[in-house]
Design a protein around this ligand. Structure first.
Ligand code: NAD
Length: 489
């Protein structure tokens, strides 16, 4: 891999940033991988202006003509898979296989919306009188600001960018300050689009805040923490801009009593994957395991055995299952939740430390039991490779505890009993409910959260509508004075 590009993309040209420099750390080596100059406030303005100017042509282009361009972007992404995957693994520390998968998911999302957006731009509705014709027209907002976190830097960008562009919007995108390299490397991927349709501006929260507050940005699509999402929501509300907010979670993983015998092994391996994928840094990571008492001991035993077999190590090594966490800060937060839980009686059955490594932000996949319900490990987002497993007397109590927090992003249920499955899908308050197949996303299915976990949805038809304004058009074909007008007397 050569030197990564650190240039911004504004109005179709790559330019050096003029703002404060950001050191991007490789979390495996703890060395600086590259220094990226942020976009200055003037450059953010230029990016918004460029996107505003590009909107005129892009929004008028029929969706059938936008579609092949979006498919070209998808092809270009695939051509850059290895480079983008290496950059993501360098800046996040996640195994290369997972980074390669992420590029493919981005391409797939582009192809999905390229087609979906050309299938309809509204609907015909019944008029009030037979001489009339009425339609709903779905129009793009204008310039969309995309503000994304570091854990899936490209996927969470394309979940916004693909539907936004397909609907005719133009984009100003800001990656996380921890992961700008893979995003800036996208510039050539967008070569086939008219200048200014996509603009890339790295920077920290100040750049994000400028985008959220910018009068030229009609809609902000945000993914990140609840605290930042609330700030973005407030900034948008202050100027009545549209906001789509995808925020944190504390997902529950429920194992029903019918999962005895050989099925418990599957639920244990599914649980370890849901808790430890990307070192537990997935917004829908399972962070609270509620296991019905009859199968609790067998579940914990299978979970611990499997966890101890996982390969923790260099994420560039193809055999590695779990790499380091993204930063010392994130590792410290997760480790301190575990430590605090142990302080109030919890026991660690696997992991709990760096496994003897002195370099890299490693936290071994950690299984914890006997965690009090009010410990931060059970109530606040951990965002690390930690699985607290708790016995519950019944499925009813598992659902009650799953629903007891202000989060509602996802939930996973393992059951072979149809009645249990239907009960859970009806009663669990979360935006995604996965039954017997953890964390599988689908471009066609909406993704987002209940309660604090989000406002709005990405993916699916809902994810396209997030980037469209509805216009009601009412046409009267007979030009006549209506008998309900003035005068009344
Ligand atoms: P974060 O909230 O710290 O940052 C997210 C983005 O917001 C970054 O680009 C950051 O620079 C920017 N930002 C910071 N302050 C801002 C401000 N005042 N105005 C505008 N933008 C600002 O989140 P993070 O640590 O990068 O990501 C982890 C969080 O993201 C976790 O809470 C996780 O649950 C959440 N997440 C949610 C989803 C989802 O789909 N719901 C997906 C992935 C991650």
């Amino acid at each position: 891999m050569g030197e990564p590009t650190t240039d911004l993309l504004i109005a179709g040209r790559t330019v050096p940033g003029e703002g404060a420099p950001i050191d991007v750390e490789n979390p495996t080596t703890e060395r600086v991988a590259a220094t990226v100059p942020s976009a200055s406030p003037a450059q953010v303005d230029q990016a918004v202006t460029a996107a505003g100017e590009a909107f005129e042509e892009w929004s008028r282009m029929p969706a059938i003509d936008r579609a092949p361009l979006l498919r070209q972007v998808a092809d270009a992404l695939r051509d850059h898979t290895e480079e983008l995957a290496l950059l993501m693994t360098t800046e996040i520390g996640r195994p290369l296989t997972e980074s390669r998968d992420e590029v493919e998911w981005c391409a797939s999302c582009l192809e999905f919306y390229a087609e979906v957006a050309r299938s309809e731009i509204g609907r015909v509705i019944p008029p009030i009188e037979s001489s009339q014709f009425a339609v709903v027209v779905k129009e793009p907002h204008g310039v969309v600001g995309c503000i994304v976190p570091w854990n899936y830097p490209l996927l969470l960008l394309f979940w916004k960018l693909a539907p936004a562009l397909a609907a005719g919007n133009t984009v100003v995108a800001k990656p996380s300050e921890l992961t700008p390299l893979s995003t800036l490397a996208l510039a050539p991927v967008f070569d086939c689009l008219p200048d200014g349709v996509v603009n890339l501006v790295p920077g920290d929260g100040a750049v994000g805040a400028q985008i959220a507050e910018h009068e030229g940005v009609e809609c902000v699509a945000f993914t990140g923490s609840v605290a930042t999402g609330q700030k973005v929501g407030v900034a948008c509300a202050a100027r009545n801009a549209r906001a789509n907010l995808e925020m944190g979670g504390k997902d529950a993983f429920i194992v029903c009593s019918d999962m005895a015998d050989e099925a418990i092994e599957v639920a244990a391996r599914g649980g370890a994957w849901a808790a430890f994928l990307n070192a537990g840094q997935v917004c829908t990571s399972s962070e609270r395991f509620f296991v019905v008492e009859d199968v609790y001991d067998a579940y914990v035993e299978a979970f611990v055995d499997h966890t101890k077999s996982l390969v923790v190590g260099d994420p560039m090594d193809e055999k590695t299952d779990i790499g380091p966490m993204v930063s010392a800060n994130q590792r410290g937060k997760a480790a301190s939740q575990v430590e605090a839980a142990v302080g109030v009686g919890a026991r660690i059955l696997a992991g709990g430390d760096a496994g003897g490594r002195e370099t890299g932000h490693y936290l071994e996949p950690t299984v914890v039991v006997d965690v009090p319900g009010d410990a931060a490990l059970m109530t606040e987002e951990t965002f690390g490779p930690v699985a607290p497993i708790v016995p519950v007397p019944s499925l009813d109590e598992a659902i009650e505890r799953a629903n007891s927090l202000r989060y509602g992003l996802g939930a996973i249920i393992y059951t072979r009993d149809l009645a249990n499955a239907v009960k859970c899908l009806k009663e669990v308050r979360a935006g995604s409910v996965w039954i017997n197949d953890p964390l599988t996303d689908n471009d066609a299915g909406p993704f987002g959260g209940f309660k604090n976990s989000g406002i709005g949805r990405e993916l699916g038809a809902e994810g396209l509508d997030a980037f469209r304004e509805a216009k009601h058009v009412h046409i009267e074909t007979e030009i006549e004075v209506k008998d309900w007008w003035f005068p009344y007397g």
